[in-house]
Structure formats: C-alpha cells, structure tokens
Design a protein around this ligand. Structure first.
Ligand SMILES: [Zn+2]
Length: 210
C-alpha cells in the first residue's frame, strides 16, 4: 500500500463489499464475511464423467461470494482476490497433488478494458498458498461470442476448440484450473480438453462460485 493509499484508507470510511458493514483499516472483506467463505469439494454433474471431475468451490453464486466476485470484477477491488483465493486454496485436497495453477483466460479485449484478469489474480493467490507456480498457459484461439447471450445448449458448440494450451509451460502432473464463476461448466470443459491435448493427464477445478 502506498503512503497515499494508506492515508486515504485512514481518512475515508470504507465498507465491506460483502455486507456493507463499516470497515476499519483492513483491506477486503470484514471478518464476518471471511468466515462465511467455506470451501467444499463437489462433483458437479454427469458432464464430469471421470473421477477427476471434482471442483473446489465456495458455494452458490449468491450472498457474500456473489458480492465479492462482482466487487473484484467490476469494482476493481483486487484485494478481494486474497480472501477468495485464500479460502479456495484451503479447500484443495492434498491428494490432488496439484503441480501448477492455470487461470481461465479472459477475452483479450475484455482484459484490456478491465486492466486485469480476475481468474489470473485468483490463480496467483491459490498458487502461492499451495507453493506451486501459477502458469497462464491457456489462450483463446478465437473470439467467442459472449456466453451470456447464448442459450445453454449453444454454449458447448460455441466453445469447442476455443482454447489452446502451451505444452512447454505445463507440468505433466495434475493441474488446477481456476475461474471466478462457473455457469454451465462449458468453459471449464473446453479448457480441460485443451490442457489434455497439451499432455496434462489430470485436471482439477476451482471456482469461487457456481
Ligand atoms: Zn462483511
């Protein structure tokens, strides 16, 4: 934190992005909201046929998780990546034996607009908590249409082949793929396929909310 930021933080009352409670000088979420970020491991749906189809998540996209993700993405509250990523990392089972954390890439135009990729911020936090590298090895091979505009059935086809992974940057051991929010899971599946194609045998998942 710069001197200016520190001064600003001391002078301007800040509120918790999770619940609007007034904060002191702490960054990010209040202690009450942080206590509500409880990681769990879930098997999502029949889509995840293999046993590796498990993900760690902080739960449904509502309440504190929803507000915190929105503040991170749209409000530029980057310090929230620390609380969210820290909670996710605490839920990653040791037996997953994760060797690298890979963020889902943002559309390059969206990243320019926003100035950062929230998944990459989360990946950095989770990777350092797990003491493994964060490896931005995925890229979008073409501009996909905005997912929100597509009906669920069209999403899979829209995304097939939309990602490529750089095999030289990836370990052959298990990789943790991370994104902020999962809706149908088609983005994660398309990324998983790209990682498999690059020689990664096992892919696990982490999303803040679904
Ligand atoms: Zn709060």
């Amino acid at each position: 934190m710069s001197v200016f930021e520190g001064l600003l933080r001391a002078l301007v009352p800040r509120s918790c992005p999770g619940c609007d409670a007034q904060l002191g000088r702490e960054a990010g979420l209040c202690a009450g909201c942080r206590a509500r970020l409880v990681p769990r491991v879930e098997a999502y749906s029949p889509l995840w046929a293999r046993p590796e189809g498990h993900l760690v998540t902080l739960g449904p996209y509502r309440g504190v998780t929803r507000r915190a993700v929105r503040a991170l993405k749209f409000g530029g509250a980057r310090d929230l990546a620390g609380a969210l990523g820290g909670a996710l990392a605490a839920g990653v089972p040791a037996e997953w034996d994760v060797r690298a954390v890979v963020p889902v890439p943002l559309h390059p135009s969206r990243e320019r607009e926003r100035g950062f990729n929230q998944a990459a911020l989360l990946a950095g936090v989770v990777a350092s908590a797990l003491a493994v590298p964060s490896v931005p090895a995925l890229r979008r091979t073409r501009a996909t249409e905005q997912q929100a505009l597509k009906r669920a059935g069209e999403r899979g086809a829209n995304l097939a082949g939309a990602f490529a992974a750089d095999a030289r940057r990836l370990p052959s051991g298990p990789v943790l793929l991370i994104d902020d929010v999962m809706t149908t899971g088609s983005t994660l599946l398309a990324c998983r396929d790209a990682l498999h194609a690059a020689g990664v045998r096992e892919v696990r998942f982490a999303v803040v909310a679904r």
